[in-house]
Design a protein around this ligand. Structure first.
Ligand code: NAP
Length: 301
């Protein structure tokens, strides 16, 4: 039997509808409109496309959204001065600096200069620490792992007791926070990476297999336990064989067709984890606005 398809687009839609309702309720209760400031430096087309999508979604959610587009020649001091201004602007509840930055700028330093209360990307060390210690009431969770967890919960519910989870990838952006979220939900978690020995065997022990590597279709059918839930975070652009003009398509870190024959449930690429990232960014922004207004935010997903 073919694996169940986990529809990230539908889950993301449902989160966005909840964000819209929460935004309207906050306006009514406290006269407060969530404000999202997006900062982009340089003219990388992919980054501009992401930022455009985020700004459009923020508007759809009813936020006051501002975009700060800076030239590639912007200095670290200029960028930090802008972030410092946004940190103290009471109309701004979320500050997002689109990564990657041009090579002369220090992205890590800049990420740490965003106020933790406005760090809607969930990348500040304070927020990473809160996720690691299981404090989900005052911190902001990194958007992609938060979204991937919504998809895991849609299959298994919120208590993963007794389930083995394997996360391939240990980045600060995804692998580490995802592992912490799975652990907080009572899964038994293994984190694998490029130095892991016999990765296929470790993956075969997983009831929940999460791949966040950046290697097209690395995970094949023989890595997957029968009936497992497979969450594919990878986004890789590959050439379509036999097509002229270098036509490309997006694939994940998992061989989707192969996984369908073995897994119990799988996320497609595109249409799985990807749409959840932007939805959770909106959820984090409205959460930050509730907290700034001194009101307990609703839970999303
Ligand atoms: N859907 C979304 O919205 C979204 C968001 C973020 C990222 N992504 C995608 O997710 C993927 C991972 O992103 P990332 O930021 O976490 O990447 P990253 O920082 O490059 O981390 C990749 C991880 O994969 C591990 N790895 C590399 N080669 C491996 C191998 N052969 N076997 C086992 N592990 C290996 C690395 O191990 P070492 O630590 O040992 O080097 C590292 O921990 C990328 O495709 C990215 O585009 C998608």
């Amino acid at each position: 039997m073919a694996a169940r398809l986990i529809d990230g687009r539908q889950s993301a839609r449902s989160i966005i509808e909840s964000v819209k309702s929460a935004t309207a309720a906050l306006e009514q209760r406290a006269g407060c409109t969530p404000g999202l400031a997006v900062v982009i430096v340089g003219d990388d087309p992919a980054s501009h496309a992401y930022v455009g999508a985020k700004s459009r979604m923020a508007k759809e959610c009813g936020f006051a959204s501002t975009q700060h587009t800076l030239p590639a020649t912007t200095t670290q001091d200029e960028l930090e001065a802008l972030v410092a201004r946004l940190n103290t602007d009471h109309g701004v509840h979320g500050v997002l600096v689109q990564l990657p930055l041009p090579p002369h700028l220090d992205g890590d330093q800049l990420t740490q200069s965003v106020s933790p209360a406005k760090d809607v990307d969930g990348l500040h060390a304070v927020n990473a620490g809160k996720v690691a210690t299981g404090d989900f009431d005052s911190g902001l969770v990194s958007c992609t792992p938060a979204g991937a967890m919504v998809l895991v919960r849609s299959v298994h519910g919120s208590d993963l007791s007794g389930l083995n989870a394997v996360v391939i990838g240990r980045s600060n952006l995804f692998g580490k926070p995802m592992s912490a979220l799975l652990l907080a939900a009572n899964a038994t978690v293994t984190i694998a990476h490029s130095r892991t020995k016999d990765l296929p065997a470790i993956c075969r022990s997983a009831d929940i297999l999460v791949a966040a590597v950046g290697r097209p279709q690395m995970v094949t059918a023989d890595w997957i336990k029968a009936g497992a839930t497979v969450v594919d975070v990878g986004i890789n652009r590959v050439l379509v064989p036999g097509e002229p003009d270098g036509k490309t398509r997006l694939v994940g870190d998992v061989s989707f067709e192969e996984s369908q024959a073995v897994a119990g449930a799988v996320t497609p690429v595109p249409g799985g984890v990807g749409p959840m990232t932007i939805a959770m960014l909106m959820a984090n922004t409205v959460t930050a606005a509730y907290r700034a207004a001194g009101i307990k935010p609703p839970r999303f997903g």
